[in-house]
Design a protein around this ligand. Structure first.
Ligand code: GMT
Length: 379
């Protein structure tokens, strides 16, 4: 098949998932065309089946806001027509689904061909941004116009039905992880640099947006640090980082917290970590938690959104209510003091992550594409 993939090229979960999906499809022999405004961060391989098309948004003095969606739709039309794409798969509804709708209409008018588009909902496109009444009518319309709609968890599917007037089936296709990439031996030298006296290592990774409640990570760590000698690694960057640094100083743990910034080799950092903290207000799925589990790192998270669909309480990790940092720190203390339990839960986390291995999920996407490609040949 010849598939166009549209996503945000940044470090966000939706872009990571879309890029890994495209790479895996290319390995399966499909021709994959990424259409984005920048090279996706995880698009770091050479594969003759992968094409990259940059969306250029020319500026003009009249534009306070350059019309990205128009440029995106036009690039989609160009790629569909010149590479004879079978379908488009857009990740994150805004503005990708409405741009795909526009591109599909243009191609239909020009050629009479119906090129289907599939929209995958990822989370904040529904739970935060999409609900805003400035966007809602366009989001509802373009989701309904999609030839197929998928959501990355049951929770996100249900949230979408609650918040929007959706007239179609939303299929759940879970996030996935390449377990072989994350199943790595810890690099001893790296562990020693971070924790020279054998301290435990806690970790967090995100884009430090409000929804991640990153200051809760610092509060949990400060409570753990009082009882269990430990270090905290903060991976990623974003608007809440200064608040974290300030809180770490206030709580007197600043020398035990390292901010590593954006990292591509996240598997090496996860491999040396014991616990991954994810105190989010909401996670449609929590790809970061799944990657941690695949690296045998025990996840202590909130029970928000779809997190309970991957993390099993007291078996593969722990969950607490949003904001309950006391519960999250006692889970961490109890676990880090009990070496056999920690080892057992690391293995259970890995076994659970293996259920979401890329090898199990890619065929589901291929079957979905197959259904809609046939439809396009019939119409
Ligand atoms: O949450 C983020 O930091 C990024 C965001 C995105 O859209 O890029 O992630 C969302 O999509 C991921 C992949 O499907 C999910 O695993 C995340 O849980 C989801 N984030 C939220 O729902 C807040």
């Amino acid at each position: 098949m010849r598939i166009g993939i549209v996503c945000y090229p940044t470090f966000g979960g939706s872009g990571v998932l879309a890029t890994e999906l495209g790479k895996a499809l290319a390995d399966e022999g499909h021709q994959v065309h990424f259409i984005t405004y920048q090279q996706p961060v995880r698009l770091n391989v050479f594969n003759t089946n992968i094409f990259y098309h940059e969306v250029r948004v020319p500026t003009y003095p009249l534009f306070d806001y350059p019309p990205y969606e128009v440029a995106l739709a036009s690039t989609m039309v160009d790629v569909i027509m010149n590479y004879d794409l079978d379908l488009l798969h857009v990740h994150y509804a805004i503005p990708h689904a409405s741009a795909a709708y526009m591109a599909r209409q243009i191609v239909q008018k020009k050629t009479g061909r119906h090129v289907p588009f599939i929209t995958t909902l990822h989370g904040t496109d529904i739970t935060l941004v999409g609900k805003d009444k400035t966007y809602e009518p366009v989001v509802t319309f373009s989701i309904n116009e999609s030839d197929a709609i998928t959501a990355v968890s049951k929770n996100l599917r249900d949230e979408t039905y609650l918040s929007f007037a959706i007239e179609k089936d939303i299929e759940v296709i879970y996030n996935f992880v390449d377990v072989s990439r994350f199943n790595k031996k810890p690099i001893d030298a790296f562990r020693k640099v971070i924790a020279p006296h054998g301290e435990k290592i806690l970790m967090h990774a995100s884009n430090f947006r409000k929804v991640k409640r990153v200051t809760d990570v610092i509060s949990v760590f400060a409570a753990v640090q009082k009882v269990v000698p430990s270090k905290l690694l903060m991976v990623g960057d974003g608007p809440e980082r200064p608040a974290c640094e300030e809180l770490a100083r206030e709580l007197g743990v600043e020398h035990d917290v390292r901010f590593l910034g954006k990292q591509e080799q996240i598997e090496d950092i996860l491999a040396v970590s014991d616990v991954f903290l994810l105190p989010s207000e909401y996670e449609s799925f929590g790809l970061a938690a799944l990657e941690a589990m695949a690296a045998r790192t025990v996840v202590i998270s909130t029970n928000a959104g779809g997190l309970g669909e991957i993390n099993i309480q007291e078996k593969t990790g722990f969950m607490a209510d949003v904001g309950d940092t006391a519960a999250m720190s006692s889970f961490a203390i109890e676990l880090l003091k009990d070496e056999p339990r920690l080892a057992e839960m690391k293995e259970a986390a890995y076994a659970q992550a293996s259920l979401f291995d890329i090898k199990n999920i890619i065929p589901i996407y291929e079957a979905l594409y197959g259904r809609f490609c046939r439809m396009s040949l019939d119409t």
